[in-house]
Design a protein around this ligand. Structure first.
Ligand code: NAI
Ligand code: MG
Length: 352
């Protein structure tokens, strides 16, 4: 299998965690006889410093030539005085839009040996393995009109979806569910919102093509409660943009640390893979960052851009084994076996 991966390490802990992720991918290539190549490219604060802009044209052009994009994190306090459109974070928004992925995938998994890192009781979280599929290009974040009329003291955002936008993301949710535990929970607010009524109808129509997958509808407010009370009941959770933004962060609590969460954005020209966390300037350069979110993100590249399910699963199993053996970076060290000290970013990567 040949795979060309653009590596946009970015700022802060971005380079530290992506280094470990690419090391794992190199190991997978070696063991599996694959040909993976890596193309380092600038984004964020480092791109501003070296090329004068947070997303240089050269980066975007080269990324579009690759099979997948792996992004570390962007953001550097030294650019805080710049306007939002000039800051490192602008590069992230620009590349997300340019790549055009409309389905954001975020797994939420409870690791048994990390139960102490989650504020939820182990009886509640045990065995949780859910996957959020969040629509990323529609809804309130993009709908027009949008405006804050300061004079009239009124502001407006528009929640807008076409049936086609719902159908394409729903198909992805059902495809993924058919390879998992065969259940899709679609989240909406159909008792109040017209958009949600269209959403529900379109999702139900797609469901007819997947007779072996069960579809259930949940209202977003009660869903927020079910995620905390009975997360084991869910497999694939399908949401529009805003609801998914909120609920996937809420479900992050099940895993316990921001440093453990991977993500993928698929459906566009090239899929974009990034750990959920930011550049963490408070711990950057100290070898304290947890690389597991980035490493699990690498596994998602193999699953969703290369069809290498077994290799992806091998990385995920290795992560579980390392955690079960008691190794911890400091963000997940709560409840660590007495006598052990947290391992560094690089050591954690090496262990995996
Ligand atoms: P953050 O995710 O960088 O950090 C939040 C907290 O979690 C910090 O205490 C940090 O030390 C900790 N943390 C994050 N990742 C960790 C890891 N892998 N291992 C151990 N601990 C970890 O979010 P924050 O502090 O709000 O933002 C910092 C900068 O990152 C800002 O410039 C922000 O704009 C940017 N940012 C970038 C994102 C991206 O590139 N996708 C996402 C979120 C924020
Ligand atoms: Mg968010």
């Amino acid at each position: 299998m040949k795979l060309k991966i653009a590596v946009l390490a970015g700022d802060g802990i971005g380079p530290e965690v992506t280094n470990e992720a690419t090391s794992i991918l190199r190991a997978v290539a070696e063991f599996g006889g694959h040909d993976f190549s890596f193309v380092p490219l600038l984004i964020g604060g480092v791109a501003i410093t070296e090329a004068g802009t947070p997303l240089p044209t050269a980066t975007l052009d080269a990324a579009l030539e690759c099979d997948a994009v792996l992004l570390g994190a962007v953001g550097d306090n030294k650019f805080n005085s710049l306007t939002p459109d000039k800051r490192p974070e602008a590069g992230l928004l620009q590349i997300r839009q340019a790549l055009g992925g409309f389905a954001n995938l975020r797994p939420s998994i409870a690791y048994k040996s990390l139960a102490a890192s989650s504020p939820l009781r182990p009886e509640v979280t045990e065995g949780v393995d859910m996957l959020f599929v969040r629509e990323l290009l529609g809804g309130l974040y993009f709908g027009a009109p949008r405006e804050w009329d300061r004079e009239k003291e009124v502001a407006i955002n528009t929640m807008r979806y076409t049936k086609a936008e719902v159908v394409r993301v729903a198909r992805i949710a059902f495809e993924l569910a058919s390879k998992r535990r065969k259940k899709v929970t679609s989240v909406d607010k159909a008792n109040v919102l017209e958009v949600s009524q269209l959403w529900r109808a379109a999702v139900s129509e797609v469901a007819a093509d997947y007779p072996d997958v069960t579809l259930e509808h949940q209202l977003v407010d009660s869903m927020a409660m079910h995620i905390m009370n009975t997360p084991r009941n869910f497999d694939v959770v399908l949401t529009e943009n805003l609801f998914g933004d909120i609920l996937s962060d809420e479900a992050g609590v099940i895993t316990g640390s921001l440093g453990m969460l991977p993500s993928a954005t698929i459906g566009g020209a090239v899929n974009l893979y990034e750990p959920v966390h930011g550049s963490a300037p408070d711990i950057a350069g100290q070898g304290k960052a947890n690389p597991l979110g980035a490493i699990l993100t690498a596994a998602m590249i193999l699953r969703h851009s290369a069809g290498l399910e077994q290799d992806a699963a091998a990385i995920e199993t290795a992560v579980v084994k390392v955690l079960d053996a008691g190794y911890r970076t400091s963000d997940i060290a709560r409840g660590q076996t007495v006598g052990q000290t947290p391992v560094t970013t690089h050591e954690m990567g090496r262990l995996v």
